[in-house]
Write a protein of this length. Structure first.
Length: 187
C-alpha cells in the first residue's frame, strides 16, 4: 500500500517509510502556473501535471519515477508568433546521500556526472522543483511556427554586388578556377 503525504510539493525524508512507496500527483493552480510560465519565459502554461512515485532504493537512496505532462506556448524564434507544444515526458531521479553537488567558481569548468538522474539527498525532497526542472529541460529550445522561414539580407555599398552565400564557402571558387585553367590550357 502506498503512502499519501499531506503535502506533496516538499516531502521530508525522515517521514518516509522504506517499505511503502509514496505516490504524488501535482497539478499547480493558475497562479502557480503563471509564476512557472514567467520563470521559464513562456507565453502560457496549461495542463501541467506531475504524477508518480517515490520508492526506497537500498538503505539510503530514493527513486523518483514520474510522468510530466504540460501544454506550453512559446514565441516562435523566427516570427515571435505563439507556438503551442504538448509535452509528455518520463522523469527519473535518484536521490542519494553519496551524490555530491559540485559547486564551482563562475566561469570555471566542471565535469558532468555519468548518471544525469542522480541528485543529492538532503533532509527534504522538493518534488515541485523536480517538476519545474523537468519541464524546463523538456521545452523545445527553438520553437518554430509551421511554415516560418528565415529570409535573407544582402547589404553592400552602392555599385558593389553583395556577397552571396555560395561565395563564403571555402571551396566554391575552386571549380571556377579549375575551369579557367582548363580553358587557358585548351587555348
Amino acid at each position: 500500500m502506498a503512502q499519501h503525504p499531506q503535502k506533496t510539493e516538499v516531502i521530508r525524508v525522515a517521514d518516509l517509510s522504506s517499505r511503502r512507496p509514496v505516490t504524488f500527483d501535482l497539478t499547480p493552480n493558475s497562479a502557480q502556473s503563471e509564476a512557472i510560465a514567467s520563470d521559464l519565459d513562456l507565453l502560457a502554461l496549461r495542463k501541467l501535471r506531475f504524477r508518480g512515485t517515490l520508492t526506497a532504493e537500498g538503505r539510503k537512496d530514493w527513486l523518483l519515477q514520474a510522468d510530466l505532462g504540460a501544454t506550453v506556448t512559446q514565441p516562435c524564434v523566427v516570427t515571435l508568433e505563439p507556438v503551442q507544444t504538448r509535452i509528455d515526458e518520463k522523469v527519473t531521479r535518484r536521490f542519494s546521500p553519496e551524490a555530491v553537488l559540485e559547486t564551482a567558481d563562475p566561469g570555471s569548468e566542471i565535469e558532468m556526472p555519468g548518471d544525469d538522474t542522480l541528485e543529492p539527498l538532503g533532509a527534504e525532497i522538493d518534488i515541485a522543483r523536480v517538476m519545474i526542472e523537468a519541464l524546463a529541460l523538456a521545452l523545445p529550445p527553438y520553437p518554430r511556427r509551421e511554415g516560418a522561414e528565415l529570409g535573407s539580407l544582402a547589404v553592400a555599398e552602392d555599385g558593389i554586388a553583395p556577397m552571396q552565400d555560395e561565395e563564403t564557402k571555402p571551396f566554391a571558387g575552386l571549380a571556377s578556377l579549375r575551369d579557367k585553367l582548363r580553358n587557358e590550357d585548351d587555348a
